[in-house]
Design a protein around this ligand. Structure first.
Ligand code: G3H
Ligand code: 13P
Ligand code: ZN
Length: 333
């Protein structure tokens, strides 16, 4: 049993309370490898932004949970080395799929866990979430739950259509589970293809796809039911066109990739939405940088020569999100 406190990590309680009051959101960036982690920490340290490091089931399978936790511990020390005296870094399990997984993360030094029972019948979601909350809270670990289903693929749970969160359920759910934050479904989805061509309109000037707006009316109704309660948005990558263009220019094939416009995320960040999850944009930045090096320098075979530029582009991306989209810069001085 290792407590996250010994590792210099923090849970989300204070981060979220401050973010709601201050009208900004905490970035929750997924990481699977050293370059992503270095870029996240550099961006957070340089902007003095609180940050949530997210580990998915896929990440645990890819990189090994033990290694990822030690990397997060190392990240705290790296942040200090970069001049960030009091780093506010949370290590969070993304889309936990069972009590056992959540428990193992709590026991292993995570400071926050998500239990994703969104695909379960309502009462089963409540029962599972409550069980995780009871265990996690006994160790001062915060718990994110989910109500409503995002379109696309939620880890291994496939949902062809999204089921928006029902505002009339949120008070009952939050009260009975005791969860610390709630992920909701208002039109975001995972991955780089968030909307089909049919769901979008086409900008007559640029020919680019314009996605439908998020359901802010549902968010407003949820906030009315649960004033001041921390809300989480998954699936919040914007799928920057510049990265998609670079990827496609250098041999990739990402037709009609489309994300959530940043103005909408900015608007959400000003509300009770205090955690915004971004993974796909980092994957796109990484891939764009690597493809460019491979295309321009076909003789290159030192991974540092293509992972280095990928890391630089991801750092730029994370800083942009922190400063221009979430507004969390300077909130962890
Ligand atoms: O929610 C999904 C995240 O982007 C993690 O994706 O399960 O492929 O690591 P992953
Ligand atoms: P994106 O695929 O939009 O980056 O969403 C990531 C996410 O929600 C992780 O839980
Ligand atoms: Zn997610």
């Amino acid at each position: 049993m290792v407590s996250y406190k010994e590792l210099g990590l923090v849970n989300t309680k204070e981060m979220f309370a401050k973010a709601i009051k201050g009208g900004y959101a905490i970035p929750a960036f997924n990481f699977n490898n050293m370059e992503q982690l270095q870029a996240i920490i550099k961006a957070a340290a340089e902007t003095k932004s609180p940050v949530i490091l997210q580990v998915s089931k896929g990440a645990r399978n890819y990189a090994n949970q033990t290694l990822l936790r030690y990397m997060a511990q190392g990240a705290v020390e790296y942040a200090k080395e970069l001049g960030w005296e009091k780093p506010q870094i949370c290590l969070h399990l993304d889309h936990g799929d069972s009590f056992e997984t959540c428990k193992s993360c709590v026991d292993f030094g995570f400071s926050s866990v998500m239990i994703d029972g969104s695909h379960l019948p309502y009462e089963e979601n409540i029962a599972l979430t409550k069980k995780v909350v009871e265990y996690a809270h006994a160790h001062d670990v915060t718990v994110e739950a989910e109500l409503g289903v995002l379109a696309g693929v939620e880890d291994e749970v496939s949902a062809a259509e999204s089921h928006y969160t029902k505002p009339e359920e949120v008070v009952d759910f939050a009260t009975r589970t005791g969860c610390d934050s709630l992920a909701i479904s208002i039109g975001t989805s995972h991955g780089a293809y968030k909307f089909t061509r049919e769901q979008c309109t086409v900008d007559p000037q640029t020919g680019k796809l314009v996605p439908p707006p998020l359901a802010f009316n549902i968010l407003d109704a949820i906030m009315e039911q649960l004033p001041g309660f921390p809300i989480v948005l998954h699936g919040s990558s914007s799928v920057p066109q510049e990265y998609v263009d670079i990827i496609n220019q250098y041999g990739g094939k990402l037709p009609d990739a489309v994300g959530i416009p940043e103005e909408q995320l900015r608007k959400a960040a000003e509300s009770a939405v205090c955690k915004i999850n971004i993974d796909s944009d980092s994957r796109l930045a990484f891939t764009a940088a690597v493809r460019k090096v491979f295309a321009e320098k076909p003789g290159e075979f030192d991974p540092r020569k293509y992972c280095g530029p990928a890391r630089d582009l991801m750092t730029e991306l994370y800083k942009h999100k922190i400063i221009n989209v979430l507004g969390s810069n300077g909130k962890a001085e």
